[in-house]
Design a protein around this ligand. Structure first.
Ligand code: MET
Ligand SMILES: [Zn+2]
Length: 802
């Protein structure tokens, strides 16, 4: 089996015929999560953590070899204690000055320094966190300024390579590439206005080269430098700047010939087309380029001609979603590439389009799923098989005809399966008119809401969830196992709701929440209660650090389920998903309790969504189900309803040309979900995890009465955008960073509020944390919320004094 039909000229060691760009790194049973969290809590030692890391790393290498990645350099470096951007940053030593000196006496950044950057300490906020391209993974944002010093500060990547090698496998170390690392960085606090981190490229490159040299010396034949920034239109990075940076960076990194102190370089460009960067990338001296031809387009004939002498690694198998590959379609793409390769003298290899760390490990772990549904799926392990099959196809097309036919048959059966297309759902979306997407004027709504709610200035609220205690999670586990029945579970949840309501009353909040104890996850909970979805048991994927989510599978047409829910066995609650919990909370207090729903875009973004129809159609189906739920909440007397859309920014296409269309359908789906609400019902939305400046028009177009936005971790930057835009409705920029256990002081929150009041009219402002509190403990949450309410009271007094 050999894909090197036209061996590239400049490659001392050929690139393997089949590979993946990355693999899940948290462990099949989330072993890394457990090991890291035990270390953080102080219940295990650094030595225990390192031992766990080693065993996870070696298990991955063994598994990938078993699955067929046996050629040298076919297995990528897949380990990270927290985040790949942080790994690369720490290796290069470019850490923010605000942390003081984290280097040890030997000039190294150890594990403690690494975790301090990720999680903060008593004095310093952690590095900001934001979405990695259009995925639900979050990376830590480097802060680079003129003062940043780069020096080789960690050789973990070399040690990881050596560990695998000592155990018999030559892997392909992975680093975030220099252009992407700087393009994703923000200017440090001390940097002059307009400073561009990319201006430090020339200072960074020698450290990359030094690290590549160490990898070569350790025996690495190939390294992978990931440059997804090249498939995106990033703010502050023009196409010309991007090409120039690519040219400069890779001229420096390939200055040394392969074999004379550097490994061969695979430049990988996942998540879309290289587009106008194709020529710049093809002109570099790297030995191989991985392009995404699943989500991205095949390069044109003229572009392909530029790859002469290289290996083109074709990402034909989707690394980002879970559907079984259409092998016949992939084979066609490979045929085109093979023909062009023969003509222009480049080799072709097969890969996934992105790292597979966006998908779970193994479909075979999900025997509880319907066999039909299971046959439509490919998780990380199955994708390795698909890649191997397609590499075999390149070498000998006839050898895998059976596999190709089988994939074609399964995909055809999926289109016909019951539940995939339901006429009653399609009639409803087909009959929508413009009126279904609009509420009356904001002014009229605001007046009606003021009358019903009569809130003080700077109203306080939380984002929805309260800490998920081990009792709550334990109760859910016992319900699943059948150790308690629905009535017992319901009683336990009610106890928790009462505790949460009482706590908010005691703290003095104005708009309360029920705390969401009944929700394992804000998307999965809805998926479990809607038709068209299924959930997995072991399908965990990393969201950030040790945090994992278990995306549901949205495979069919969506509607609320007919018939009573399993809980609240009373037929009058037929189909309602959230009403009984919310009305129970409302029965305990005179303050308004928010109904909490997850919006259509977020339900799509955080599920594995069907790929057989436009996302807009699926979003409208979900929106109508939520619209029905909102009508039921209103009928039950709920006055404030929040529809969370934390993922609105996440699905934004990476290329500007595609963004307007996305924003149009995504905003419409939110409006479709919420526009049935009465004027007097206050509709909230919540956004987090991203910088929102770029989509502020779309946020405005959501037409929510109140929007809460994550802001504490980026130190209130969003209020500048709101001010510049003239945002006119209610807004709560977060004042408490819930991603870290740190308790913000009253003074600190007062400062943030003062900043907010300076940019946004006080009558529009709300006071709230950045996000839900489910991952926090009660003690720190109580202390933080107490400071939040105290700071609000002080800010109100200051307003009156003015
Ligand atoms: C990631 S956004 C979370 C919103 C949800 N209502 C919560 O409070 O957990
Ligand atoms: Zn949030």
């Amino acid at each position: 089996m050999n894909a090197q039909h036209t061996p590239a000229q400049n490659q001392p060691v050929p690139f393997p015929s089949a590979t993946v760009l990355g693999y899940p790194r948290i462990g099949r049973r989330r072993e890394l999560k457990k090991a890291v969290e035990a270390f953080w809590s102080g219940s295990s030692s650094e030595a225990a953590l390192l031992a766990a890391a080693e065993s996870i790393q070696l298990a991955t290498v063994r598994r990938l070899a078993e699955l067929g990645l046996t050629a040298p350099s076919a297995i990528p470096g897949t380990f990270s204690f927290y985040d790949q951007v942080l790994d690369t940053l720490v290796a290069l030593g470019g850490i923010p000055a605000r942390f003081g000196n984290l280097h040890d006496a030997g000039g190294r950044l150890g594990l403690d320094a690494y975790f301090t950057l990720a999680r903060g300490n008593a004095e310093q906020q952690p590095l900001e966190m934001t979405k990695w391209f259009d995925t639900n993974y979050h990376y830590l944002v480097p802060e680079i300024g003129p003062e940043t010093r780069f020096s080789l500060s960690s050789e973990r990547v070399v040690e990881e390579f050596s560990l695998a090698k000592a155990n018999g496998t030559v892997t392909r170390p992975y680093l975030v590439g220099p252009v992407t690392l700087l393009a994703l960085s923000k200017a440090s606090d001390g940097a002059p206005a307009g400073f561009a981190p990319l201006s430090r490229l020339d200072d960074l490159l020698p450290v990359y080269s030094e690290l590549l040299g160490k990898l070569a010396a350790a025996g690495a034949a190939w390294v992978q430098l990931d440059e997804p920034a090249l498939v995106a239109d990033l703010d502050g990075l023009s196409p010309h700047e991007a090409s120039t940076a690519v040219e400069r960076a890779y001229a420096a990194l390939t200055a040394t010939p392969v074999g004379e102190g550097r490994p061969a370089i695979l430049l990988s460009a996942p998540y879309g087309s290289l587009g106008e960067q194709t020529a710049a990338v093809a002109a570099t001296g790297v030995e191989a380029v991985a392009i995404d031809v699943f989500k991205g387009a095949l390069p044109s004939a003229a572009e392909l001609a530029l790859f002469s002498g290289k290996t083109l690694v074709a990402g034909v198998v989707d690394g980002h979603n879970i559907w079984r590959n259409d092998l016949a379609a992939s084979a066609q793409k490979l045929d085109a590439l093979r023909t062009a390769g023969a003509e222009h003298g480049f080799a072709v290899a097969v890969a996934t389009s992105t790292s597979t760390f966006h998908v779970p490990h193994d479909v075979d772990e999900e025997q509880q799923l319907d066999a039909g549904l299971r046959s439509w799926l490919a998780f990380a392990d199955q994708k390795v098989g698909e890649v191997a099959t397609l590499a075999a196809y390149l070498a000998d097309p006839a050898s895998v005809q059976d596999e190709i036919d089988e994939a074609t048959r399964v995909i055809a059966s999926r289109a016909q399966a019951p539940g995939v297309r339901r006429p009653e759902v399609r009639q409803r979306t087909g009959a929508l008119t413009d009126a279904d997407f609009s509420r009356s004027d904001f002014a009229a709504r605001a007046a009606a809401q003021e009358e019903v709610l009569a809130l003080p200035p700077l109203p306080t609220t939380t984002i929805g969830s309260f800490p998920q205690t081990s009792e709550v999670r334990g109760a859910r586990a016992r319900l699943t196992k059948g150790a308690i029945d629905a009535a017992e579970y319901e009683a336990l949840m009610k106890d928790e709701i009462k505790r949460v309501v009482d706590l908010q009353e005691e703290l003095g909040f104005d708009v309360l929440v029920h705390g969401e104890p009944e929700r394992n996850d804000m998307v999965q909970y809805f998926a479990e209660n809607l038709d068209g979805f299924d959930v997995t048991v072991h399908g965990w994927v990393q969201s950030y650090g040790s945090r994992c989510t278990r995306p549901s599978i949205l495979w069919g047409d969506v509607s609320r389920q007919a018939g009573p829910s399993i809980l609240w066995g009373d037929a009058s609650s037929a189909a309602a998903i959230t009403v009984p919990w919310t009305t129970y909370a409302q029965s305990l207090t005179d303050k308004p309790v928010k109904g909490m729903l997850t919006g259509p875009v977020t339900i799509l973004a955080w599920s594995f969504v069907r790929d057989d129809q436009p996302l807009a159609e699926t979003a409208n189906q979900v929106a109508l189900a939520l619209r029905d739920e909102i009508a039921d909440l209103e009928a039950a007397g709920i006055k404030v309803i929040q529809v969370d859309e934390p993922a609105l920014r996440e699905l934004l296409p990476l290329r500007r040309a595609d963004q307007a269309d996305y924003l149009d359908w995504s905003v419409k789906s939110f409006r479709l979900a919420t526009a049935g609400a009465a004027d007097s019902t206050q509709v909230h939305t919540h956004l987090c995890y991203s910088e929102f400046g770029a989509i502020i028009d779309a946020i405005d177009a959501l037409d929510a009465d109140v929007t809460s936005i994550e802001a504490a971790r980026s130190r209130m930057e969003v209020v500048n955008d709101l001010e510049a835009h003239g945002f006119g409705r209610g807004v709560g920029p977060g004042v408490y960073d819930i991603h870290s256990p740190r308790v913000p002081s009253q003074e600190e929150i007062e400062d943030l509020l003062a900043t907010a009041v300076a940019h946004v009219p006080a009558r529009q402002l709300w006071v709230n944390p950045d996000c839900g509190l489910k991952t926090r403990g009660y003690a720190e949450t109580e202390a933080s919320l107490r400071n939040l309410v105290r700071a609000t009271r002080a800010a109100r007094a200051a307003l009156v004094a003015v």
